[in-house]
Design a protein around this ligand. Sequence first.
Ligand code: TYD
Length: 201
Amino acid sequence: MFITFEGGEGSGKTSVIREVEAALIKKGYQVLVTREPGGSHVAEQIRQIILDSKNTSMTAATEALLFAASRTQHLEEKVLPALKEGKIVLCDRYVDSSLAYQAYGRDLGFDFVSKANNFAMKHLPDVTFYLDVLPEIGLKRIRKRDDLNRLDKEEKSFHEKVREGYFKLLSMYPERIVKINANDTIEVSFNEIMKVLDKKL
Ligand code: TYD
């Protein structure tokens, strides 16, 4: 089973994924936890270029293509082999991030971004959890971090647009994407996710 986690900045994805991983291992499943952009040697190098705060001149299209390149590498090298071995794959961000951030947030459009992600679009997740957090809450949570990347540093209006993008995706893929409340504690999000997973597994 291929499970992805999506959400805006400070939605608590990473912490929730760790809890889901522990719960699934306890139930006896073999689990691979991975993340995008990155998750493999080559893809991690692409990640550094994309997220480097010094790369202020990067165009939106270049950004989208680099995310797509990193994703393709990671999918072939990590995700597909693990699924073949029967593992449950928990992936922190996937193609919906590009659709929300690049297609909607950067106005590149769904057509361009989904074409650039042709390979990933053929391998859509079995279920995607969208951790919905209000930008003012999420941004307040990440402000405490000292390693903010190029996308974290965008204006609040950009993050609002990304959230609208996720809402569009929720209406486009109602069977696959499940909206989770991420404005409260990690525990609240975790419990909502496990309720859905218990039914699916
Ligand atoms: P990361 O530090 O992994 O952030 P997070 O903890 O929020 O997942 O940085 C990834 C950043 O890249 C994040 O701001 C979302 C953005 N992103 C895109 O814009 N498009 C994509 O396709 C992906 C995978 C990530």
